[in-house]
Design a protein around this ligand. Structure first.
Ligand code: RNT
Ligand code: ZN
Length: 418
């Protein structure tokens, strides 16, 4: 069978269980997934030369990381040309672009410092998501930013947050798509603190001050991302799960953001998604792959990734969940890392869209759990690969491993010359 015949056959097989694969393909083309710029340069940014702090870490020193805005954009264009599906651009404040030796500290950032990124996003018909950068900076005092007891430090970071609200609104206006602005800090303590509430009260007040910066909540979607621990911040994080969730629940227009690397290892975000959807009009996600800890490995087409996509799709929540990727691997070719992760999540969404959710739900509600199990097992060997191949063909990208030839050529011609 050739490719077209294989798709025809797969279409019939899915049709027999009530799944319309043509509709699944069309739907998938419309779902934006935010592509994080920071896979390209190991979360370095352009505004400082120090180490990566905040309790996060990239490991590996594969050659060819992007060192300038031009290189990063060039690399993103390469990786995006190898991925099917709709992309949104995810930026951090530390990726500000300064012209002619001009500098601005993080509390002084302005929309103009992101004009080149806006131009880039427009060129590729993408919206932009944004993140204030509360790490890798000399004004992180004793590992603390928005929860610092030092008022000058806290003021600096509040002003950074406010600047980022203004920049987010500018990005939304320019691209015509809302900007999800995610607040995450690595604030916390390595060892058992003597005061757990004080930092949280200051963190709460700081976020409230940031959000007091005037903004249109249809354009700027502020989120609070929780975390259980970081490297060197093992005993306590100010922005814990309960803190972030309660903050979002009690502040109009604020979304909780769940990163699936930020929970205890046996907790799953796939189960948290429908729980939050019962209460929040909108939520946000960072999709990553934690291996034993928040290691930010490249996202794969694995069980939990599939389950996350399924929960979004079968609860009809594609318009309520802002999906972003968040991983950074410096031990392998970074273009390939980006591409594999994005393609994996696309596969997970396609798999979810090709799941006969109504039929399975009915089995559950009729307590036909024996059949529910076997039907879910049957699906695992359905010909999803043939539907994937058709989707990739329609999107003008390789369906199989052949995209890697382009990565190898790019490595020779561009990356290894850096
Ligand atoms: C860190 C958080 C955070 C960062 C990015 C760079 O643990 O996941 O989202 O990874 O903002
Ligand atoms: Zn994250």
């Amino acid at each position: 069978m050739n490719r077209a015949e294989r798709y025809e056959s797969a279409r019939e097989i899915y049709k027999a269980i009530g799944v319309d694969t043509d509709a699944a393909i069309e739907k998938l083309k419309t779902i934006p997934v935010s592509l994080h710029c920071w896979q390209g340069d190991d979360v370095k940014g352009f505004d400082q030369d120090g180490p990566l702090t905040g309790g996060i870490q990239t490991t590996g020193n594969y050659p060819g990381k992007a060192r300038t805005p031009e290189e990063l954009m060039q690399d993103m264009e390469k990786t995006m040309s190898l991925m099917p599906g709709r992309k949104k651009l995810n930026l951090h404040a530390c990726y500000a672009i300064f012209e002619d030796g001009e500098r601005a500290d993080r509390d002084q950032l302005e929309p103009k410092h992101f004009a080149k990124w806006v131009e880039f996003a427009k060129k590729h018909d993408m919206g932009i998501d944004f993140n204030p950068t509360f790490f890798s900076h000399e004004k992180v005092k004793d590992g603390l930013t928005l929860s610092s007891p030092d008022e000058e430090t806290r003021r600096f970071w509040i002003n950074h947050g406010k600047a980022c609200i203004r920049i987010s609104e500018y990005m939304a206006k320019e691209t015509g798509m809302p900007c999800v602005m995610n607040i995450w800090t690595g604030d916390g303590y390595k060892d058992i603190p003597a005061d757990r509430m004080g930092p949280r009260m200051r963190y709460k007040d700081s976020i409230e001050q940031i959000l007091a910066e005037p903004h249109d909540s249809n354009l700027v979607k502020p989120c609070v991302e929780s975390k259980v621990f970081g490297i060197g911040v093992e005993s306590y994080t100010a922005g814990s799960a309960e803190f972030a969730l309660s903050f979002a629940a009690t502040h109009e227009g604020v979304l909780p953001l769940m990163d699936n690397g930020h929970y205890h290892p046996t907790e799953v975000v796939s189960d948290k998604i429908p729980a939050l959807l019962c209460f929040f009009p909108e939520i946000a996600l960072h999709v990553t792959r934690p291996v034993r800890w928040d290691s930010d490995h490249v996202v794969l087409f694995d069980d939990e990734t599939k389950e996350i996509a399924k929960e979004i799709v079968r609860n009809d929540a594609l318009d309520r969940v802002y999906i972003a990727l968040d991983y950074f691997d410096a031990s392998i070719n970074r273009i390939s890392a980006w591409t594999v992760g994005f393609r994996s999540f696309q596969k997970a969404l396609l798999s979810a869209l090709c799941t006969p959710a109504a039929m399975l739900k009915e089995l559950q509600d009729e307590n036909r759990l024996t059949e529910m199990m076997l039907e879910q097992e049957e699906l695992k060997t359905y010909p999803l690969g043939d539907v994937w191949a058709e989707y990739c063909r329609q999107c003008g990208v390789a369906a199989d491993r052949s995209w890697f030839d382009e990565v190898k050529a790019y490595e020779q011609e561009v990356l290894l010359k850096r």
